[in-house]
Design a protein around this ligand. Structure first.
Ligand SMILES: O=c1[nH]c(=O)c2[nH]c(=O)[nH]c2[nH]1
Length: 319
């Protein structure tokens, strides 16, 4: 993610380090969250935790490093990497966002020349693996699968007002990929001389989703009060349950319903936003018995949808 942080009128001036992968074993477990009907998720042991971190710092004091080659205020990005590594060992909380905030505060404390800092990360996920135990299979406490699946996301932006206040924050879950094998339509769209797509009452819908959310009170994102924390796993599970429940007429329709459900379940959230991609396979054969089909990968190009919503959308829907 890039942004144009302004520190001097229209000037962009920042620097930092990205792709800082760091792992921690035997961290503090995340427990005590509320459960929701859509999810079996009740907590994370954090026996193994990984994150790929990005840090971006701002400060007027860095101007001479750009304009005069004067590095006297420059904290090397290599040092930033070491600082991140070290602080995962010092963090005693249980969430990605909490760690990012802890690191960000640490940077502002250690380096007075930094006016503000943006810290973000993607979780590097691991899955528990079942091994035979005394009462059937149970999760191994030692061996984990390096997982290629959706992962948690967090970002905080801190400055020096009010003791390293959180000026901006985003939490999320990215890389969700879901396929629903029937009961999806895409009909009723504009038809004109350019239209070739046939209306489909029942397509196999394959969608990728990144979901992001913000809290009304940014402190809730840190997970210190687990009852007010929204785990990425529960939002992921809302997405699949809503997809299962509704016969949607488009991806637009699907993400709106996921957003509604997420805001309903978590009153502490202010907004939810989506980036969706359509990867729907193309039909090769539908002359088989029942709903069976043979499908193939779609060619490029791909369609996408972006949408953000907040509590005013729930109020409008209730009218
Ligand atoms: O869910 C969809 N939304 C669209 O806007 C669209 N456009 C398209 O060609 N296929 C789809 N599918």
């Amino acid at each position: 993610m890039t942004d144009a942080s302004e520190t001097d009128g229209q000037r962009t001036m920042n620097y930092g380090k990205e792709q800082v992968a760091v792992y921690r074993t035997f961290g503090t477990s995340l427990e005590g969250m509320r459960t929701i009907p859509e999810s079996q998720f009740t907590g994370r042991d954090n026996t193994i935790f990984g994150a790929e971190v990005r840090v971006q710092v701002e400060g007027e004091a860095f101007l001479p490093s750009f304009s005069e080659g004067d590095n006297s205020m420059v904290v090397p990005t290599d040092t930033m990497k070491n600082f991140i590594h070290h602080h995962l060992g010092e963090y005693d909380g249980a969430t990605l966002e909490g760690f990012l905030h802890f690191v960000g505060e640490g940077f502002l404390e250690q380096y007075p020349q930094m006016d503000a800092i943006r810290v973000s990360a993607d979780e590097l996920p691991f899955d528990e693996r079942p091994v035979p135990g005394e009462d059937g299979f149970e999760s191994s406490e030692l061996v984990f699968r390096v997982a290629d699946r959706e992962s948690g996301f967090g970002e905080v932006y801190l400055d020096r007002s009010e003791d390293a206040a959180i000026q901006e924050h985003t939490s999320g879950v990215t890389g969700i990929e879901l396929v629903k094998v029937k009961d999806n339509s895409f009909v009723g769209y504009v038809q004109d001389e350019y239209t070739t797509l046939p209306e489909r009452e029942n397509r196999t819908l394959y969608v990728t989703l990144d979901i992001f959310w913000t809290y009304a009170d940014a402190e809730d994102a840190l997970g210190e009060d687990p009852e007010r924390y929204v785990p990425a796993e529960q939002v992921r599970d809302i997405a699949q349950v809503v997809f299962d429940e509704f016969d949607v007429n488009s991806i637009q329709d699907l993400i709106y319903r996921i957003g509604e459900r997420t805001l309903e379940r978590f009153p502490q959230l202010e907004s939810v936003s989506f980036e969706a991609n359509n990867r729907t396979w193309l039909k090769v054969r539908d002359d088989l018995e029942g709903d069976a089909k043979v499908l193939r990968e779609p060619p490029r190009p791909t369609g996408f949808q972006q949408f953000s919503m907040d509590r005013s959308d729930l109020e409008r829907d209730a009218e």
